[in-house]
Ligand binder design. Structure first.
Ligand SMILES: [Zn+2]
Length: 461
């Protein structure tokens, strides 16, 4: 047999185990061998890793699309996954959010597949009564095992993402339903009562209208910590595994640790910007996001969490908001929140984490692949081993590249990391056995991406 691809002399870095120097054989989209012997089977293409690290590709568990081309949301998958592939992303989980029944996905998922460079699963956001009562049907029909809740979105304030209805009763019942089918509940933890009161006051007083910091200071970290504590209690009560998306504060992390210590099955995800940006960032409005970027104390706390597994996943919360919506010459209150980010997770971890002695490569593999695969049931991904899907990235830890929207491939023509040089990038991204990126060039796929159905089953409680 002639292999499709053979990567020789790689430092194979897997999550949850020590690295090993080996050759990795790939055939028909699967890893077929991880070999430490000198016998090298013939292959159509051989890549000499020269001892550089080979890791499972990044699984980004938190991606939004549909902002650049809202009328054709599928088109954006092409640009945004190219952006991700430059940062080693080989699969992702897309957040779906709608007030409608999710039946429309029957038509949309195949279109996503046509446009995406890499395979993907979806999370469904639950916001209406109809959706809540359809959880079991969605799980069965779409193979979805993870459901997202916005906490406390009772108040239809300007800018609120959810209509009246997602109150604590909804949340508790939702967790119960998700637990029943063996799924995981995701929460956006940001106490809306605290935030909207402060924002109303600040706006009325015309206070800090042109400052990114105003967005941050009006969502104090107590708003995140309190919601996590409450969600943790509901999760414990219902036996529902809990996943806190985009953890942004040291206080929030303390609440995660506290819930875990009380026996809650809880995972926290943070994002690159919460490690690198503060409310005083030069990126200004571009870095407006929910929850907000905060202080260097929060940056440091979250780095500590990544190192000691208080935080288990990295997500990008990618959202390519068009530049005109970022409201650069208006007030901070009206600017759109979110930015393109899928490419940055890995270089931030390598440059600021590994490069500065905060993390080792094995931990990077856990944060970007091992844990997301485990938590979200992507059972044949997240590790380099025979039989696993051949999703890989070869890293050059010495390579320096300066981020620019000129080359980042996103449909949003700006970056919160514009002009920032990171040391440590993928030089090769392999998705399901195919080279999709080599030395910064995006390569065409031979067929559509796969939609990843996930197993759900009734779990004894
Ligand atoms: Zn998000």
């Amino acid at each position: 047999m002639k292999l499709d691809l053979l990567v020789v002399d790689a430092l194979v870095v897997n999550p949850f185990q020590p690295p090993v120097r080996a050759d990795v054989g790939i055939h028909e989209g699967r890893i077929v061998s991880v070999s430490t012997t000198v016998d090298r089977p013939p292959a159509r293409r051989t890549v000499d890793a020269q001892g550089r690290p080979l890791l499972p590709g990044v699984i980004d568990p938190h991606v939004h699309t549909g902002y650049v081309t809202p009328d054709q949301p599928e088109r954006e998958l092409a640009t945004e996954t190219a952006h991700g592939v430059l940062g080693g992303v080989t699969s992702f989980v897309k957040m779906e959010r709608s007030f409608d029944d999710y039946d429309y996905l029957d038509e949309l998922i195949p279109k996503y597949q046509e446009n995406s460079l890499v395979d993907f699963a979806i999370h469904l956001t639950l916001m209406t009564e109809e959706q809540l009562s359809s959880v079991a049907r969605y799980a069965d029909h779409f193979g979805v095992s993870s459901f997202k809740f916005f906490m406390g979105r009772r108040d239809p304030e300007p800018g609120s993402m959810v209509k009246r209805g997602v109150d604590d009763g909804y949340l508790l019942e939702g967790f119960d339903r998700v637990a029943e089918l063996g799924g995981t509940a995701l929460v956006h933890a940001e106490n809306q009562d605290i935030i909207w009161r402060m924002r109303r006051q600040w706006r009325e007083q015309g206070r800090g209208d042109d400052q990114l910091a105003s967005w941050s200071l009006t969502s104090p970290s107590i708003a995140e910590a309190e919601n996590i504590q409450r969600a943790g209690m509901f999760a414990r009560q219902t036996g529902c595994p809990l996943y806190v998306v985009h953890l942004s504060s040291a206080a929030g992390l303390a609440a995660v640790r506290d819930a875990a210590a009380r026996g809650t099955t809880i995972h926290a995800e943070t994002c690159a910007h919460y490690l690198t940006h503060t409310q005083d960032s030069e990126a200004g409005y571009l870095a407006k996001v929910n929850p907000p970027v905060r202080t260097s104390v929060d940056n440091d706390g979250l780095w500590q969490g990544l190192a000691d597994a208080g935080v288990t996943c990295m997500g990008s919360d990618h959202g390519a908001k068009p530049l005109e919506l970022k409201g650069l010459d208006g007030s901070i209150w009206d600017a759109a929140a979110g930015f393109p980010n899928m490419m940055h997770t890995l270089p931030v971890l390598l440059s600021e984490g590994v490069g500065k002695g905060r993390l080792d490569l094995r931990r990077v593999a856990e944060l970007t692949a091992g844990w997301p695969a485990r938590i979200f049931g992507l059972t044949d991904r997240g590790a380099i081993a025979p039989g696993m899907c051949a999703d890989l990235m070869l890293l050059d830890l010495e390579l320096e590249k300066t981020v620019s929207a000129q080359w980042h491939r996103s449909g949003a023509p700006y970056s919160i990391y514009e002009g920032v040089t990171f040391r440590g990038w993928p030089v090769l991204t392999v998705a399901r056995g195919e080279l999709v990126m080599e030395d910064g060039e995006i390569l065409p796929r031979s067929g559509p991406a796969r939609y990843l159905r996930r197993a759900v089953g009734t779990r004894g409680r």
